[in-house]
Design a protein around this ligand. Structure first.
Ligand code: PEP
Length: 268
């Protein structure tokens, strides 16, 4: 008989991008306070600029909130002025790292092969990669979205990920920081397609959550998180303020409730 699928805990990730002076640490402390009494689900991570990572990790010490990098260099070590290696991120307290974000794919010309190499380096450093994929508006408009994203998944995720903790974030490029977001139907269709790719590539493993990212707000979060195969959200702008990020975390906690109850029943 086929085994029932284990219920997954959702993952909520804040991407602070190039924002975050010391004042931003107060927001992190408020997020930690607001989520301290709750269950450890969903899993939560905040990815600040590299300059703030060590201090943020210190502020969040003792809370269940992980910290992470927004990128890492493709080499584990070497003379690369201005770059940050996966190992240095881990030493500064990071547990996760965002890789292949469209800001890097488009702004810094990163391709799937480079992202795949960065993932391998991140795993070696003990980091959980959060691998971003997503189509441009022109690609969606010309009916290529599914094909583009499938290709990115195939090309970006190296075999070294088998058996490792990782997440994929579907972030339509046109939805990032624009206030526009994909419809729940489009999100569900894309997430199912990504799940199929992952199942084929990693022999049916269902352990990797597939996140949605792109103008996620407290108002829209519940509907997104209820869509099939949405295993969490990657949040940019709305993660900068404690109030909005906590509201999104609460939406994820609510979406997680049935799975949490199944897990509890399985344990009892
Ligand atoms: C992002 O930075 O990955 C992102 C999704 O940003 P926003 O939520 O602001 O669209």
């Amino acid at each position: 008989m086929a085994q029932s699928t284990p219920a997954l805990s959702r993952l909520v990730v804040g991407n602070w991008k190039m924002n975050g002076g010391p004042d931003q640490l107060y927001a992190a402390a408020a997020i930690a306070r607001a989520t301290a009494e709750d269950t450890p689900e969903p899993r939560i991570a905040i990815c600040p600029p590299a300059t703030l990572l060590h201090r943020l990790s210190h502020v969040l010490m003792g809370s269940a909130i992980m910290t992470g990098g927004q990128d890492c260099h493709v080499e584990a070590a070497g003379a690369f002025t201005g770059a940050v290696s996966a190992g240095l991120l881990a030493e500064a307290g990071a547990r996760v790292v965002i890789l292949g974000h469209s800001d890097r794919r488009q702004g810094s010309g990163e391709d799937d092969a480079l992202v795949a190499r960065k993932i391998a380096v991140a795993i070696d450093a003990g980091l959980e990669p959060i691998v971003c994929v997503g189509e441009t508006w022109a690609q969606r408009n010309t009916g290529q979205a599914l094909e583009i994203v499938r290709r990115q998944v195939r090309g970006s995720l190296p075999p070294a990920l088998a058996g490792q903790a990782f997440a994929v974030a579907y972030e339509p490029v046109w939805a990032i920081g624009t206030g526009e977001r994909a419809s729940e139907d489009d999100i569900a269709e894309m997430h199912r397609a990504i799940r199929r790719e992952l199942s084929e590539m990693f022999l049916g493993s269902r352990s990797a959550p597939i996140l949605y990212g792109g103008s996620v707000t407290p108002e829209g979060a519940a509907a997104i998180l209820a869509a099939p195969e949405v295993g969490g959200v990657l949040v940019g702008g709305a993660s900068l303020r404690a109030e909005s990020f906590v509201a999104i975390i609460e939406a994820a906690r609510e979406a997680d409730r049935p799975a949490r109850e199944t897990r509890r029943a399985d344990r009892d």
